[in-house]
Write a protein that binds this ligand. Structure first.
Ligand code: SAM
Length: 258
């Protein structure tokens, strides 16, 4: 990883990489390897793994954001935005005053995203950067989204503090992430599917089953809905709440920087 994208204190942090515990400085490099390997097949795999469900979840995220259609200017920062899925939907659906910046640490994911977003390039830009040390001035954005990115980070607290810093007063924070299944039976079916089928599918489509084993394990290590809501509140956000999607397989957390 480029030194300028590393956080100076990351070496002191402890982190999980799937079920393994690693030093903070090690995790980001491992995560970067995962996304460098899967970038070209990332969008296809999302559809295959979730049976298209991730599209509905992202639609829910943007419906809850509900950007004003007639605003003269409305700036979204989509962090860990990868191939631009959320930001592309946003600029296509929102009013003409809306613009989006995708910030992601992976050059490979950004390259795929730039190609996808060529037609929207006047309102959609891609910036390489670390969610834990964002390359933006304070109070720059009206909204901050992060979809399936948070659990890949080394220090959630640092990322949440950065989200708070770059949002304008009155700005909105939304996080879509895999979460804890809260429906009995569904949790066992989901476990069987994710540990049994997803690494095999990932191996067939991307040639890299280990990356998809990491994906499944990282979901189980991510804090549950209420714990994560506490971290959001600790970062200074107000009116924090969450909605479960598909019984808690995923959840959207929403909060305001007031
Ligand atoms: C599962 S993908 C999500 C992509 C996209 N948001 C979506 O929903 O399709 C996770 C993304 O997080 C990015 N990422 C991991 N660590 C990061 C960091 N420290 N800062 C910014 N992006 C990071 C990866 O490069 C990858 O593109």
């Amino acid at each position: 990883m480029n030194e300028d994208l590393e956080r100076p204190d990351a070496a002191n942090a402890k982190a999980s990489f799937g079920f393994a515990d690693v030093a903070g400085e090690t995790k980001q490099g491992l995560v970067n390897e995962v996304f460098a390997k899967v970038a070209r097949r990332y969008d296809l795999m999302n559809d295959l793994m979730s049976g298209g469900l991730h599209r509905l979840w992202k639609s829910e995220l943007l419906a809850w954001l509900a950007p004003p259609k007639s605003a003269v200017s409305y700036a979204l920062l989509d962090v860990a935005g990868g191939t631009g899925d959320v930001a592309l939907r946003f600029v296509r659906d929102a009013g003409k005053g809306a613009s989006a910046v995708v910030c992601d640490i992976s050059a490979e994911m950004i390259e795929v995203g730039r190609a996808r977003g060529e037609k929207e390039a006047d309102r959609l830009s891609f910036v390489r950067g670390n969610a834990e040390a964002l390359p933006f001035a304070k109070a720059s954005f009206d909204a901050y989204t992060i979809a399936f990115g948070m659990r890949n980070l080394t220090q959630f607290e640092a990322a949440l503090a950065e989200a708070f810093r770059v949002l304008k007063p009155g700005g909105r924070f939304l996080c879509l992430e895999f979460s804890s299944v809260e429906v009995p039976v569904l949790d066992r079916l989901y476990d069987a599917y994710s540990f049994g089928a997803i690494p095999i599918l990932g191996g067939l489509v991307t040639g890299d089953s280990a990356s998809y084993r990491y994906l499944v394990e990282s979901i189980r290590r991510f804090p549950d809905q209420k714990t994560f809501m506490g971290l959001i509140e600790n970062a200074g956000f107000e009116r924090a709440r969450y909605r479960n999607l598909t019984g808690g397989i995923a959840a959207i957390h929403s909060a305001w920087r007031l």
